[in-house]
Design a protein around this ligand. Structure first.
Ligand code: ASP
Length: 314
């Protein structure tokens, strides 16, 4: 795999992650240091699935770096509708853009697409697989609110199909964390992910639960996720689970005052709106962090002298 494609968070060491987060913090403090650094650069946006935050924050990030975007637009009005393959589409658009951002409903699509292009390709979500740039803004938000070491985090909801969960869990194995996974049995983390987490970090510090109650008081961060309705093969299965694993002000009575509540968004009904105004809520801040973090990623990726992988430490 070329070093300048970002497909999964497994590619990133602790050093790589800290480098990206530090750069994002510099940009957050003073965006003028990088304004216009990438004038003339064009970022290709290829979204084969709905997106609000990821797409708009990539666009904002590229523009704030002085560049611009070329957007394939909705699948229905592109040649995909005529039966064009993903491989052909990315090969065409790499001729228009300096880097590509790809979101696709099929797991593995970003890896496959990256094999056909020479420009850097960023995976913006491949089915139930990975979403590494979301992970970077999640880590940034965790670092700002709770710190990344000596962290006890609960990750709750759809752990089977939730790609943000898979990417985050891998990345957290680089830090001194205890990860508690809370879900119904049918939506547990895929066994291969659990196996991989143990391979990544000896002891991995992971535990699985079917209820939040027993673990809530010990958490520094609670990362809530949406049940990924669009990935359920059977709507009836979704209906059986929908509405479970929600939190409201009463739920949080048992939590520490310092608990940070996160969510990659969009939420459906997992977090009651009454939590939005409390000091626990960090999910809008988390979404806003997408801009400096994606600016940092693009700046590193597009600068010859830097690169995401620093001095070759992958
Ligand atoms: N926006 C996130 C994603 O694309 C989370 C979600 O859709 O629930 O994976």
């Amino acid at each position: 795999m070329r070093h300048d494609h970002l497909i999964t968070s497994k590619q990133l060491s602790r050093g790589n992650i800290e480098n990206i987060l530090d750069h994002a913090a510099e940009i957050d403090d003073d965006p003028s240091t990088v304004a216009d650094r990438h004038a003339e650069t064009l970022l290709g946006l290829l979204f084969f699935e709905p997106s609000t935050r990821t797409k708009m924050s990539f666009e904002t990030a590229m523009k704030r770096l002085g560049g611009d975007v070329v957007d394939m637009g909705p699948v229905d009005s592109s040649s995909v509708k005529k039966g064009e393959t993903l491989a052909d589409t990315v090969r065409v658009i790499e001729g228009y853009a300096d880097a590509l951002v790809v979101r696709h409903p099929k797991q593995g699509a970003a890896t496959m697409a990256s094999e056909f292009v020479d420009v850097p390709l960023l995976n913006a979500g491949d089915g139930a697989g990975h979403h590494p740039t979301q992970t970077m803004l999640d880590l940034y938000t965790i670092r700002e609110n709770a710190g990344l070491d000596d962290l006890t985090i609960g990750i709750m909801g759809d752990l089977k199909y939730g790609r943000t969960v898979h990417s985050l869990a891998y990345a957290l194995t680089n830090f001194d964390t205890r990860q508690h996974f809370i879900s119904p049995e049918s939506l547990q983390l895929p066994r291969e992910v659990v196996y991989d987490l143990h391979q990544q970090q000896e002891g991995a510090g992971i535990r699985e639960h079917d209820s939040l109650e027993e673990i809530l008081p010990s958490l520094d961060v609670l990362y809530v996720t949406r049940i990924q309705r669009e990935r359920f093969p059977d709507e009836n299965e979704y209906q059986k689970i929908a509405g479970e694993y929600q939190i409201d002000a009463d739920t949080l009575e048992a939590a520490s005052d310092d608990l940070t509540v996160m969510h990659p968004l969009p939420r459906v009904d997992e977090i009651a709106p009454e939590i939005d105004e409390t000091d626990h809520a960090a999910y809008f801040e988390q979404a806003h962090n997408g801009v400096p973090v994606r600016m940092a990623l693009l700046d590193l990726l597009l600068s010859d002298d830097k690169g995401i992988w620093g001095d070759g430490d992958e």
